[in-house]
Design a binder for this molecule. Structure first.
Ligand code: PMP
Length: 366
């Protein structure tokens, strides 16, 4: 009964609009659609995955390995951390977030979430009966994390603090010294969400800190730079004790044979990884420069594969998105992000051709 009441009051996570939905609603051609709404990789994934997947189809009658040693070795090499410090989840980083809640949070415990940020932390914390205390990314300072808004909310019941860097949807990173200060002010588990870290300057990557701090978990994913959002694989890096606890709770077979094969092949194709990174950053720069030319739009600097844009004409973000949709462009209306008052949209990187078409279409609307 308690769980049902809690879930009834929940504002669920609403993912971005799908291509199919837009094609039907606005009677568009599939080739007219430009999908810049879900922070995906517009260059797809490694071409080497296909052949490996076809081979694996013959093994689908067998259960997957709960922990695939080849994947652990490749991932350990990629991160340069021992495999004992890694947990891989089969519903993306979302599964790691859920596993964290199930492992470390009891009903009535507290979770600190600075907002605006990725909605899934709140949804998952709420489902598990945590009390949520909100901190802030400060709008007046280009959404820089307000460290005191975290520290002031820490109590004996604080179990998890979520820091997202670069932050979704604002795009800005959290400074190393701020992460350090929070880590050293609490025994609660600090989750540093690095879903987009591969698009950032190296200086912002604190993955290896997980080997030094007992209360740090780094969250990462194959959904972005590796272009595997559809395969649903995410992972966490933390000290062995944290990983061992979580491994007892994580669904045993959530990582399917097919997703294991995808990730191994993706990790072995380092050429595609670097290609994605280089092109992604270039696309972000093209969009940033293009958007900056519109005086009615304020675009924020970003270290991720998307840009936050404030609309400063007399349109609401909903109206703005609708005008884009009619022309086949899907972006994210930021109304669903708590703590982001005003008219904002989030635009993901596209291929250079998609970026050009999007910027051209904008001239009709702004
Ligand atoms: N963290 C952040 C900040 C995200 O934006 C996302 C996806 N949008 C995730 C985690 C979850 O990624 P996935 O479940 O696809 O691995």
């Amino acid at each position: 009964k308690l769980v049902r009441d809690r879930v009834k009051s929940l504002k669920p996570y609403v993912p971005g609009k799908s291509k199919e939905e837009i094609i039907r609603k606005y009677n568009l051609n599939p080739e007219d659609i430009i999908k810049l709404g879900s922070n995906e990789n517009p260059w797809g994934c490694s071409k080497k995955i296909k052949e490996e997947l076809l081979r694996e189809i013959g093994n689908l009658h067998q259960y997957p390995e709960p922990v695939n040693p080849v994947l652990m070795e490749e991932l350990g090499n990629f991160l340069d951390v021992p495999r004992e410090n890694i947990i891989v989840g089969g519903d993306g980083a979302d599964e790691i977030i859920d596993t964290l809640m199930r492992t470390f949070v009891d009903v009535g415990d507290e979770v600190i979430i600075p907002i605006p940020t990725f909605t899934q932390y709140r949804v998952s914390a709420h489902i598990h009966g945590a009390n949520i205390r909100y901190g802030r990314y400060n709008k007046k300072k280009d959404f820089k994390l307000d460290v005191d808004s975290i520290l002031d909310n820490i109590t004996e019941r604080t179990k998890i603090i979520f820091l997202c860097t670069p932050n979704n949807p604002t795009g800005n990173p959290i400074e190393r010294k701020d992460i350090k200060k929070i880590l050293e002010s609490t025994e609660a588990l600090v989750v540093v969400d690095h879903a987009y870290i591969e698009y950032s300057k190296d200086i912002y990557n604190v993955t290896k800190w997980a080997l030094d701090y007992e209360n740090l978990l780094i969250l990462r994913t194959f959904s972005k730079i590796f272009g595997l959002a559809g395969a649903r694989v995410g992972y966490g890096v933390a000290n062995e004790e944290v990983i061992n606890y979580m491994m007892r709770v994580k669904p045993v077979f959530s990582l399917t044979r097919l997703s294991q094969i995808c990730t191994i092949a993706a990790l072995r194709d380092r050429e595609f990884f670097f290609y994605s990174r280089e092109k992604g950053i270039e696309s972000r720069e093209i969009l940033y420069r293009g958007l900056k030319k519109f005086k009615e739009l304020k675009v924020y600097p970003s270290e991720a594969n998307y840009l936050l844009v404030e609309i400063r004409n007399d349109m609401t973000s909903g109206e703005f998105c609708e005008e884009l949709l009619k022309r086949g462009v899907i972006v994210r209306d930021c109304k669903s992000f708590e703590g982001l008052d005003g008219e904002y949209i989030r635009v993901s990187i596209g291929t250079f051709e998609e970026d050009r078409r999007f910027l051209e279409i904008l001239k009709d609307i702004v």
